[in-house]
Design a protein around this ligand. Structure first.
Ligand code: IMP
Ligand code: MG
Length: 208
């Protein structure tokens, strides 16, 4: 069993509960009905699950030297909500990657913002909005692992397992969603829709 160095405290995972599987759909507010086909995850569902994630992370990282590393920009709302419920000391620094997406497919990865804080010897928690093909997280995990953190874990709000091309593990997963392009709560299509307070399915004709 791994212990947090300098303490006898085990660095283990406390029960988080399986990721929520999203199947039911909610009605789209009328002003968005031309662009969105369904609300997949409501504000209330997001609030409840983010609180569960935050509580599990808080329990797991007691006594750790936590460095939270969100990926820009899709994590903005998730991060703001998660952080206010992480009740333990931590540091925060962002990493930026650009995947030069064509439509909804990710291509080559370029780092647009590197970590500025020291990761070496710290307990790094990488946070992303969605685990899709896994290319982004595989690349960022490899980059962070090279900085020799004491531990490295990954938290994602959404997981779309049907699209996985690279074997990537996330330690904390909010929701498992079907293979559909989603927007809102920070997630975009062509830099739009990030401001929606819920996660919704974009009508395919919008990105076709
Ligand atoms: P991956 O490298 O294919 O796993 O893609 C991960 C990144 O693609 C995420 O950080 C998102 O920015 C973006 N992405 C993947 N799926 C979606 C989606 O359904 N909606 C919005 N962005 C997505
Ligand atoms: Mg992203």
């Amino acid at each position: 069993m791994t212990t947090i160095p300098g303490t006898s405290r085990p660095f283990t995972s406390h029960p988080l509960g399986a990721p929520r599987r999203i199947t039911r759909r909610n009605v789209v507010p009328s002003q968005w009905q031309g662009e969105l086909s369904a609300v997949l995850i409501s504000e209330r569902q997001l609030r409840r699950r983010v609180l569960e994630l935050a509580r599990a992370i808080t329990r797991d990282y007691v006594g750790a030297d936590l460095l939270v590393v969100p990926l820009l920009t899709g994590t903005l709302m998730f991060m703001a909500d998660l952080l206010r419920h992480l009740s333990l000391p931590l540091r925060l620094d962002f990493v930026g990657v650009s995947s030069y997406r064509e439509g909804t497919e990710s291509r080559d990865l370029v780092f647009t913002k590197e970590l500025r804080l020291e990761a070496k010897g710290r307990d790094v928690l990488l946070v992303d909005d969605i685990l899709d093909t896994g290319r982004t997280l595989a690349a960022v995990q490899a980059r962070l692992a090279g900085l020799k953190p004491r531990s490295l874990r990954t938290c994602v709000l959404l997981d779309k397992p049907d699209r996985r091309r690279q074997a990537v593990q996330a330690d904390y997963v909010g929701f498992v969603i079907p293979n559909e392009f989603v927007v809102g709560y920070g997630l975009d299509f062509a830099e739009r829709y990030r401001n929606l307070p819920f996660v919704a399915v974009l009508r395919p004709e919008r990105y076709a």
